[in-house]
Design a protein around this ligand. Structure first.
Ligand code: FES
Length: 288
């Protein structure tokens, strides 16, 4: 897919989680960063615009920015969901647009974070899309076999906490064991054409559990050590992988998220605050 993210903005990014260590010290940075959000953010509505978001830091490679994070919720039965705020209509630039935004730990989370790389045109990214819920689901076959353990999974099933019971020791033949157990999945992609599937990567890790001890944002968005990201590289929109390709070792990415298209590396255990220009989402009124 061609890169539709034509207006990447490099920013004065701030690290507020640095791997396993430094959470307490950096929580002060988070407070400062969160306080600056309301001043720095330009509301974009359905039309896109400059905004603050949080995501996995881009560690190396040509990607212009980090992978956007999806706050995780777990329902009463143990199924994993990505937070999708109740849609509301706001007036922006003289037009009424639907938005899905909410405040989490003092920071504005918006589903507009995911309006890049063409995702902004997908049905599921519409705040009020019909027939879409917030559950993460396993990919329909193929491929359900990004990791051997997923070969036992029924494509399309909702992703459950119990599927990660061995997260403290899990490993494969890429990188180290015990770093974090991953799954790939889909989000808000029920009954849409395959090319409109929103890919996600979900990890459960003791590193995330530890990081949530000292960080209000992570505590609110990463229950039980789970963290989730939209799995679309911010460079040219390939689907990267966590501990999926042996060649990632050559780029010090064997325990990270690695995009083999042009060797961008993201650290899923380092969440940063960054800025970007959310792309316009076609609204019905745009078609009139
Ligand atoms: S590094 Fe180019 S698409 Fe990911």
């Amino acid at each position: 897919m061609a890169n539709d993210d034509k207006y990447p903005v490099e920013s004065d990014r701030r690290r507020f989680v640095k791997g396993v260590v430094g959470g307490a010290a950096l929580s002060g940075v988070l407070t400062v960063g969160a306080g600056s959000v309301s001043m720095a953010t330009t509301p974009s509505g359905g039309g896109g615009g400059l905004m603050q978001y949080r995501g996995a830091v881009r560690e190396s490679g040509p990607a212009p920015r980090g992978l956007p994070q999806i706050p995780v919720e777990i329902d009463d039965e143990g199924y994993l969901m990505g937070v999708w705020p109740e849609p509301e209509t706001v007036e922006q630039g003289g037009a009424e647009v639907a938005v899905a935004r909410t405040e989490i730990a003092g920071f504005e989370y918006s589903t507009e974070w995911f309006q890049y790389c063409g995702l902004q045109t997908f049905e599921g990214i519409r705040p009020d899309a019909d027939g879409q819920d917030a559950y993460f689901r396993y990919p329909q076959a193929p491929p359900t076999s990004d990791y051997p353990w997923m070969e036992e999974i029924e494509g399309g099933d909702k992703i459950h906490v119990d599927d990660f019971a061995d997260y403290e020791t899990w490993g494969n033949d890429v990188g180290d064991s015990g770093v974090g157990k991953p799954a790939t999945g889909t989000w808000r992609s029920q009954d849409v054409p395959p090319e409109e599937t929103i890919p996600v990567v979900i990890l459960r890790s003791t590193q995330i559990e530890e990081a949530t001890q000292d960080d209000e944002w992570l505590s609110a968005t990463c229950p039980d050590g789970f963290i989730a990201y939209v799995n679309k590289c911010t460079h040219f929109c390939c689907v990267p992988g966590y501990k999926r390709l042996g060649e990632s070792t050559s780029y010090n990415a064997e325990n990270k998220i690695y995009c083999n298209c042009h060797q961008s590396v993201y650290d899923p255990f380092t969440v940063i605050q960054d800025r970007f220009v959310s792309l316009p989402r076609p609204e019905p009124e745009d078609d009139e």
